[in-house]
Design a protein around this ligand. Structure first.
Ligand code: PLP
Length: 460
């Protein structure tokens, strides 16, 4: 097993606490068996998300001190949009406070009539929620190999372009408000989308004059996978690949908390400043703040400008994607199944296969997450049927195509030995897999239930 060494050294440390199993059993019960309810201090290794949890560089911290806090027209704003324009080659760039804020100001403008459809390679949960809140129907359309966890393929995040065409025909072009390409495809395991698939999707979008939106949270990891895996791209830089990829789309939304390695921030980009921009700007001003700060402090804009460039660095991306690959290889050794190959930001353990005795209604992905916490203080989360909200019309529980427990790796934060601890804990849980029980919900909110639901173990 090869671990790609860190292209940085550590200048500042943050102590983490080791707890006893007894303490952890009490803590998770008090949190109603929902990891989001735990205090972070009671977690040893936090793999709940790679969102906003990365370590900023000395250059980012230095830039923060120089942040311009002017209400309008600040220098940090111009530095950020100049950087983003250069990287994405889009005319209009709007900072927002995080990715879902970009979704919140975009989808009410894109979805013109209630009942219109928006089709994606797979929606992320907040993106799906914002399509719904805007009155639209969110439809997933991932390639078949994306749902076959054991099948090794280089671009399992791809859109099923033939199915996309069929959907458009079935709904009628006028009823399709947009097409979304999520890179990397978070919900099917951080799997990348190829340039060829993006080109084919763009061809369909242009032929029907349907706007094509990139959900760009992990665009840099996606670019690095294209460089590594797609014929013809080995000698291109991640910057060149990014230009080519983004030229196929019309709009992008982005959580800067992922590949731009900031603790807070987001972007919205429009390639050709056109009809949608004035409406989006009005929504930004009413919900995020004036357009030149978009819900962020000047220092956040400054850190984001620096992080955008660091996130595209190829030595960093080799190490970054190497961490997930290393963890996956450790799981191969102990025979724990996961979405193959490892994704860019995470390893998605196939909890449905590891805990086959737990039915989907009792959330195997969630059960494994609770068990990992009890075992070793590792916090992860369900990407499965617990994450799926109920059908908005019928209220029926919806089954996810796969029951995953996501081990998301924060950027530049944990070392090789932390990864070894994670693999060892999974090995222990595998030994007693048959004793792991499913969960039932005792209280849930109307949307995005996995964040705040209360649960309890199912009694035999
Ligand atoms: C994180 C994420 C979002 C939402 O961004 P936030 O910054 O958490 O609001 C949207 N899409 C994808 C693919 C993401 O990973």
């Amino acid at each position: 097993m090869k671990y790609i060494p860190e292209p940085f050294k550590i200048k500042m440390v943050e102590p983490i606490r080791i707890t006893t199993e007894e303490e952890r059993r009490a803590k998770i019960a008090a949190a109603h068996y929902n990891g989001f309810g735990l205090r972070a201090e009671d977690v040893y290794i936090d793999l709940q998300t790679d969102s906003g949890t990365g370590a900023m560089s000395d250059a980012q911290w230095a830039a923060m001190l120089r942040g311009d806090e002017s209400y309008s027209g600040g220098r940090s704003y111009y530095e950020l949009i100049d950087t983003a324009r250069e990287i994405f080659d889009y005319e209009w760039i709007q900072p927002v406070h995080q990715g879902r804020a970009a979704e919140k100001v975009l989808f009410p403008v894109l979805v013109e009539r209630p009942g219109q459809y928006v089709i994606a390679n797979t929606f992320f949960d907040t993106t799906r929620a914002h399509v719904g809140l805007a009155g639209g129907h969110a439809i997933d359309c991932v390639c078949p190999e994306g749902l076959d966890t054991l099948h090794e393929a280089p671009f399992k995040g791809n859109m099923d372009v033939a199915a996309l065409e069929r959907h458009i025909e079935e709904y009628g072009v006028a009823n399709v408000a947009g097409i979304v390409m999520t890179i990397t495809n978070n919900s099917v395991g951080g799997q990348p989308v190829s340039m060829a698939n993006m080109a084919a999707t763009a061809e369909v979008a242009r032929r029907h004059k349907i706007p094509l939106v990139i959900d760009a949270a992990r665009y840099a990891e996606n670019a690095f996978f294209i460089k590594e895996r797609e014929p013809g791209y080995a000698d291109k830089t991640t910057q060149e690949i990014t230009h080519e990829f983004f030229a196929y789309a019309d709009i992008f939304t982005m959580s800067a908390k992922k590949d731009a390695i900031t603790n807070m921030g987001g972007l919205l980009g429009v390639r050709e400043e056109g009809e949608h921009v004035p409406d989006v700007k009005s929504l930004v001003i009413s919900s995020e703040g004036y357009v030149t700060y978009g819900g962020l402090s000047g220092r956040d804009l400054a850190a984001l400008a620096v992080g955008l460039r660091e996130g595209l660095n190829e030595d960093y991306l080799r190490y970054r994607t190497g961490q997930a690959r290393y963890l996956a290889e450790c799981l191969d050794e102990i025979g724990v199944p996961y979405q193959r190959p490892a994704g860019g930001h995470a390893v998605f353990v196939d909890a449905g296969a590891l805990l086959p005795h737990i039915p989907w209604q009792q959330f195997p992905g969630h059960a494994l997450a609770v068990e990992l916490y009890v075992e070793a203080g590792i916090r992860s989360c369900d990407i499965g049927s617990f994450l799926m909200d109920r059908d908005p019309e019928t209220g029926a529980p919806q089954r996810a195509p796969l029951e995953f427990t996501r081990l998301a790796i924060p950027r530049r934060t944990y070392t090789q030995s932390h990864l070894d601890v994670i693999a060892q804990a999974l090995g222990e849980v595998k030994q007693r897999a048959e004793q792991v029980r499913g969960y039932e919900i005792t209280w849930e909110p109307k949307v995005l239930r996995h964040f705040t639901s209360k649960l309890r173990p199912v009694q035999e």
